[in-house]
Design a protein around this ligand. Structure first.
Ligand code: KIV
Ligand code: NA
Length: 275
């Protein structure tokens, strides 16, 4: 299994890091088999798995539950789990307890927290406590209410300068990796160039040290609308919906189950039973 030092090495060697989200046993298993370097148990599970409008309703218990399932599906892959909304803002103690549960109880190898310089203290505390921590800057979906929607971040010179400064502070605080979401490619390239830790982009162009996509977006599974930055490599929806409607039709017509799906008792046993 790759570990934090391997990701730094990959960046140094110019080898791109492929991260994908996973939320349960099958998504973890298939992602590991597909060769993903890192699995992210993202709080995006609130939207793509639990059907919420945003990531805000996701709880620490949700993250523990799903991380355990991912762990069972992918025993050989580095797992990062999101600390959910408000689980790292109330007190240092609550932050530590949340990270402890995700690592000790659920089996995550690292945690991820959202925010610019406001995340600096939590990253320092977590790292000091031995918790490998990923920073998440740019578009930070847990703050959608404050940001006023899911919009590209760091578009002005001032915002870009702030983003770069924040990223440097989070690296200084001890983050071993940063996710950069929804920023212009030039700024993402600038941030990746300025940091020694790997910068994983989503909607951040190709010049970051790696990419991350949401599992359900990547294979078009249960999602209908995807953002501009998503590339879908398959369309599972197009296979699932017709499969289910054919099943329903065959149950109603009696075409399913067929002989090949059916168990039959031997004649002599039947005779012994009924005479
Ligand atoms: O929750 C998530 O899926 C994420 C990625 C989009 C980076 O945080
Ligand atoms: Na997330």
């Amino acid at each position: 299994m790759k570990q934090t030092s391997d990701f730094i090495k990959m960046k140094k060697n110019g080898e791109k890091i492929a991260m994908i989200t996973a939320y349960d046993y099958p998504s973890a298993k298939l992602s590991e088999e597909g060769g993903a370097d890192i699995l992210l148990v993202g709080d995006s599970l609130g939207m793509v798995v639990l059907g919420y409008e945003s990531t805000v309703p996701v709880t620490l218990d949700d993250m523990i539950h799903h991380t355990k399932a991912v762990k069972r599906g992918a025993k050989e892959t580095f797992i990062v789990t999101d600390l959910p909304f408000m689980s790292y803002h109330i007190s240092r103690e609550e932050t530590m307890r949340a990270a402890r549960a995700l690592m000790q109880e659920a089996g995550a190898h690292a945690v991820k927290i959202e925010g610019g310089e406001e995340a600096e203290e939590a990253i320092r505390d977590l790292t000091r406590a031995g918790v490998p921590t990923v920073a998440h800057l740019g578009l930070t979906p847990q703050s959608v209410g404050v940001l006023g929607g899911y919009k590209v971040q760091g578009k002005t010179a001032e915002a870009a300068r702030k983003l770069l400064e924040d990223a440097k502070k989070l690296e200084q605080a001890g983050a071993f990796m940063a996710v950069l979401e929804c920023v212009p490619r030039q700024i993402a390239a600038e941030v990746a160039g300025a940091l020694t830790i790997p910068v994983i982009g989503i909607g951040a162009g190709k010049e970051t040290d790696g990419q991350v996509l949401v599992y359900h977006d990547l294979i078009q599974y249960g999602v209908s609308r995807t953002p501009k930055f998503v590339k879908s490599y398959s369309n599972v929806n197009d296979q699932i919906a017709p499969a289910i409607s054919t099943y329903v039709t065959e149950v109603k017509s009696g075409a399913f189950p067929g002989q090949e799906h059916t168990f039959t008792m031997k004649e002599e046993e039947l005779e012994a039973l009924y005479g």
